[in-house]
Design a protein around this ligand. Structure first.
Ligand SMILES: [Zn+2]
Length: 207
């Protein structure tokens, strides 16, 4: 019997159960937005680790639930899915931080994404847009500077940052300008006409 090892593994299982609790809370939040799926996968992995930990702890205590399963095989499986877990978590964090702080891409890459999104050639877009625009924040009254590449960088899912609206005799572009208003991140919906001239803006909202 390896009592000390069993105790440490059981403490580990306890820590995992807290991790599972937090994962469930995240699922609860994300479910309303249809984004819970990766966290359901992570919760399943945590549950799997939890069972693995208990299984090993019991074996350390001399209780063998599956004598045919060797410790080597069990550790191999836990190591493998541990790596999968880390990868999924790293991707989710990358997406989360990209959503908060924006993606790190060059102006030209951002512009090519933009033109692809609105279905216009890059050259045409470049001939119409200005390098900088500005809009007044309705909360702090500061003038917020933005460019088209800034909008693209701030929205990894571009359909949330640039909405093409068909209007009489052309199109309008609804751009969502991100702005740190004090400590709060806010978004100002700004309307541009078919030549990318600023037209109007609507009240800002917290992100
Ligand atoms: Zn502000």
């Amino acid at each position: 019997m390896l009592v000390r090892n069993a105790i440490i593994v059981i403490i580990g299982a306890g820590i995992l159960s807290f991790g599972l609790l937090y994962a469930y809370r995240i699922i609860k939040i994300l479910r309303n937005f249809g984004l819970a799926q990766p966290w359901i996968v992570l919760s399943t992995l945590i549950s799997f680790f939890f069972i693995g930990y208990l299984f090993i702890a019991l074996r350390f205590l001399g209780i063998d639930l599956m004598p045919s399963l060797s410790l080597e095989n069990l550790v191999t499986v836990i190591f493998f899915f541990g790596a999968v877990f880390v990868l999924v978590l790293a991707i989710l964090n990358r997406d989360l931080f990209a959503n908060i702080f924006g993606m790190v891409i060059s102006d030209s890459e951002a512009l090519s994404r933009f033109s692809e999104h609105i279905n216009l050639p890059v050259r045409l877009v470049l001939s119409m847009i200005k390098p900088k625009y500005s809009v007044a924040c309705d909360i702090c009254n500061r003038s917020v500077q933005y460019s088209i590449p800034d909008i693209v960088r701030a929205h990894p899912s571009l359909d949330r940052g640039v909405v093409v609206e068909k209007a009489m005799g052309g199109v309008n572009y609804q751009l969502f300008v991100r702005h740190y208003c004090g400590k709060e991140l806010r978004e100002i919906p700004v309307c541009h006409d078919s030549h990318f001239e600023y037209r109007s803006n609507r009240p800002s909202r917290p992100v």
